[in-house]
Write a protein that binds this ligand. Structure first.
Ligand SMILES: Nc1nc2c(c(=O)[nH]1)N[C@@H](CNc1ccc(C(=O)N[C@@H](CCC(=O)N[C@@H](CCC(=O)N[C@@H](CCC(=O)O)C(=O)O)C(=O)O)C(=O)O)cc1)CN2
Ligand code: MET
Ligand SMILES: [Zn+2]
Length: 778
């Protein structure tokens, strides 16, 4: 051991992070009431402080030590990447007026940067690694101010210490911060945010010193970017950045805390040597999605290796024997010490199983949410002799799970085994176009929406009342039908060409289907943050999947009965259903996806039989599950595309199959999108001003395409002129024959006022552009 004498030991058991939204979404409610002007910043700060207090004493009560830095301090009002940007003062120029004399931004300003205001666009939002969490993308240019200004983490640390808990502050690490950033508008060609590394590192060094001065023995720097090899920046530059950043931050000094660098989500392949040589005291590796590092890493003998053996990203009870073996194998790498942790932060999983009285007890015995995972980490640190009951309970799952009814259903398995290649193919596209043109009679540049209309407070209240038994099934259905009728009338008045039913009956586009399919369970309080204050309750896909009855046919058929316009049926695709659920870990994902696909295939057949001629199968999560390492990507794209094709290829030639994707860079998966073989694809494009078009052109994509012309993530109403301009750009690259007109995504999070104005402008702009083509306008 060459560690400094005063060097504290890393805790034997810890977790990389914990849910921050609150067991009953306390933070969501407090933040939304602040936004609505119902409470002031003081009240919000007080609620947040109370939530932090409850979280740390809860974690201490669960058994994480109160004085040894084993309780992580990872609170955020909205997003941890935005927090990092504001800690170092990196505010985009358009928000400069929000910055005070001391370089900080107050709470109201913080939310303005997160959510936009008037004509000022918020920071772009995109997926956090391969999860359904979304972070805000910092904008870094050559002149972006970067210096340590934001003391929130320091204050939170002191607050906890005064209450008797010495926490471990968590920060997004400097290299990941810059790799996740984008070049600010106006940055010269060739500029990369990583060019500002030295400035960022200098700011972090001051922040670390402030935390040490406040009494923090350890600080956790999250560097998940090091588990991916898909950055634009060459690998050698990433390694050099790690060496440079941590060479500075971990240089011997009495004024810094000990550093724990965590690398969740996949294998730390890229920079472990640079990290080990840098002088950081501890390195966390993901042993659930990744594997142990090589055995010849120089410097590792001075480092504590923190083995992430409890899955932070899924909810299955850990096989403690297998996890203990992984930890034992990690010992072989030659580190100074090996300790136990989770693979990722636990903010991807719900708080606790104790809040789920209605989950089937057998299923429940197979699961571990965040609190139960804390127990697993502690049990592993104690070992089989120290925690015999936990190890016994874990063994019990191994024996009951494979044999429990519903886990393996012969009829589902036989149907899958009998599939042939023909089940994955539709007729040739040209034949489909001819058949569809003959029945659909659509104008050029057909207008449509992505499916959902605003989920109003009345709709949610009705659903809550139905759940509590205050509305009968019939009364609830009546309310939903009334809403559908309103949405149909509105779309007719607006003059949209292909109508939707608006999805009022869906609590969520995945949970709705999970509630109707066999093989899934749903939670009551299993909320997980998706972005900002928005949460979802991921369903639990535990057994073989099948469809006991049609799921959407009545709603779609009712909708079609109200109008002579074509109505688009609306389903969620197999990949997205998997991505936004907690999925069984006992068989390949592709097999599970195909089971879901067969259920959807039957639904499509029923929709067709009910006279629905256009069916959209949403796959917004296609890009999300893309593996973080290039070598793994093709295999993923193969099974994901095939499952979509299995779901949709039963459609007859005349049925027009649509798909929809949103969020993230599609350039990387454009060939896969082509492989879906949908007749029409709608895709997010408005916020990036149609940046996707060159990718589409280059790929030779030759079917219908609707690049979004309305950024639905903002309350802003796009003007007719703006939409006309976007459409003209799209027309230039894809041509009138293939272009569809639609918003970026569903309208469920929007209000009615801005929705109606925006759709009106979209229809008007489309008519203007059609007129330019010499097409009749009405
Ligand atoms: N699963 C999923 N992931 C996704 C998306 C998505 O739509 N679904 N979209 C993208 C963006 N992410 C999003 C995630 C959540 C929401 C969202 O709107 N969430 C709602 C909850 C949606 C929901 O589950 N609603 C339920 C329950 C609503 C609720 O809170 N009910 C109250 C009572 C309602 C009342 O009395 O007003 C309660 O239970 O306490 C329903 O409608 O039934 C929220 O945070 O507020 C939007 C986008 C990517 N990932
Ligand atoms: C996140 S993609 C959303 C698609 C869905 N059909 C909707 O309109 O809400
Ligand atoms: Zn979408």
């Amino acid at each position: 051991m060459t560690q400094h004498l005063s060097q504290p030991e890393f805790p034997a058991a810890t977790v990389l992070g914990y849910p921050r939204i609150g067991p009953h979404r306390e933070l969501k409610k407090a933040v939304e009431s602040f936004w609505a002007g119902r409470t002031d910043a003081h009240a919000l700060e007080a609620t947040a402080s109370d939530l932090r207090a409850r979280t740390r004493s809860h974690l201490a009560a669960l058994g994480l030590g109160a004085d040894d830095a084993s309780v992580p301090l990872d609170f955020s009002y909205y997003d941890q990447v935005l927090d990092a940007a504001l800690a170092i003062g990196a505010v985009p120029e358009r928000f400069t007026d929000l910055v005070g004399d001391d370089g900080t931004v107050d709470l109201a300003g913080y939310f303005t940067i997160a959510r936009g205001e008037g004509d000022r666009a918020p920071l772009e939002m995109t997926k956090w690694f391969d999860s359904n969490y979304h972070y805000l993308v910092p904008e870094i240019g050559p002149a972006t101010p970067i210096r340590f200004v934001g003391r929130r983490r320091v204050q939170e640390f002191t607050e906890a210490l005064n209450a008797g808990v010495r926490t471990r502050p968590v920060l997004v690490g400097p290299v990941t911060f810059l790799l996740l950033s984008k070049a600010a508008d106006g940055a010269p060609a060739g500029f990369s945010p990583l060019d500002r590394l030295d400035d960022v590192v200098a700011a972090y060094a001051e922040l670390l010193a402030a935390l040490a001065a406040a009494g923090a023995p350890w600080v956790q720097l999250d560097e998940p970017a090091l588990t991916s090899d898909t950055w634009d920046v060459p690998r050698d530059e990433v390694k050099a950045a790690v060496a440079r950043a941590y060479g500075t931050l971990a240089a011997p000094s009495s004024s810094r805390p000990a550093l724990f660098v965590a690398t969740p989500y996949a294998r730390l392949g890229c920079a472990i040597r640079e990290l080990a040589a840098s002088g950081v005291e501890a390195i966390g590796v993901d042993l659930v999605r990744g594997s142990a590092p090589d055995e010849d890493v120089a410097g590792i003998e001075n480092v504590t290796l923190v083995g992430g053996v409890v899955d932070g990203h899924n909810i299955w009870r850990t096989d403690l024997d297998a996890a203990a073996e992984k930890l034992a194998a990690l010992e072989g790498v030659g580190a100074a010490r090996v300790t136990t942790s989770t693979s990722t932060s636990l903010f991807h999983v719900p708080h606790t199983l104790d809040d789920e009285p209605n989950l089937d007890p057998t299923l429940k015995s197979w699961l571990a949410f965040a609190d139960e995972k804390v127990g697993e980490v502690l049990a592993l640190a104690a070992g089989p002799d120290g925690a015999p009951e936990a190890f016994a309970a874990s063994r019990e799952v191994r024996s009951t799970r494979p044999t429990t009814a519903g886990v393996r259903r012969p009829e589902v398995r036989e149907r899958l085994a009998a599939l042939t290649e023909a089940d994955f193919h539709r007729a040739a596209y040209d034949a489909r176009v001819a058949a569809q043109d003959a029945v659909l009679d659509l104008p050029p540049l057909p207008t449509t929406t992505i499916g959902s209309f605003p989920q109003t407070a009345e709709i949610r209240r009705a659903r809550a009342a139905h759940r509590r038994g205050e509305l009968t099934d019939a009364q609830y259905a009546e309310e939903m039908r009334a809403e559908i009728a309103r949405v149909v009338t509105l779309q007719e008045e607006l003059g949209l060409d292909v109508l939707v039913h608006g999805e009022p009956e869906r609590n969520d586009m995945v949970q709705y289907f999970a509630e109707l399919l066999d093989g899934f369970a749903v939670t009551e309080n299993g909320w997980v943050q998706s972005y900002g204050s928005r949460c979802t309750r991921p369903s639990i896909l535990w057994g073989d999947v099948s469809r006991p009855a049609p799921m959407t046919v009545e709603w779609s058929a009712y909708t079609a009965s109200l109008t002579s316009a074509p109505v688009k049926g609306m389903l969620t695709g197999p990949v997205t259903i998997l991505a936004w659920s907690f999925v069984r870990d006992d068989q390949p994902l592709g097999d599970t996806a195909n089971q879901v696909a067969l259920a959807l295939r039957d639904e499509i057949a029923d929709l067709q039989a009910a006279g629905i001629g256009i069916i959209q199968v949403d796959e917004p999560a296609l890009r999300e599950l893309l593996p973080l390492r290039r070598a793994d990507q093709q295999a993923y794209l193969d099974w994901s595309v095939r499952s979509f094709r299995l779901a949709t290829s039963g459609a007859v030639e005349a049925t027009q199959v649509h798909t929809h994707l949103c969020y993230s860079e599609f350039g990387e998966v454009i060939e896969a999108i082509d492989g879906l073989d949908a007749d029409v694809t709608s895709i997010e494009a408005a916020r990036s001003r149609m940046e996707i078009l060159p990718d589409i052109e280059r790929s030779g994509f030759a079917r219908g395409i609707g690049p979004g012309v309305y950024d639905i993530h903002s309350p802003r109403v796009p003007s007719q002129a703006e939409v006309t301009e976007l459409l003209s750009a799209a027309l230039g690259s894809v041509g009138a024959r293939r272009l569809w007109v639609n918003p970026d995504c569903g309208l469920k999070t929007r209000g009615y006022a801005e929705t109606v104005d925006s759709l009106r402008n979209i229809v008007a702009a489309t008519r203007e552009v059609r007129a330019g083509l010499g097409v009749p306008t009405a």
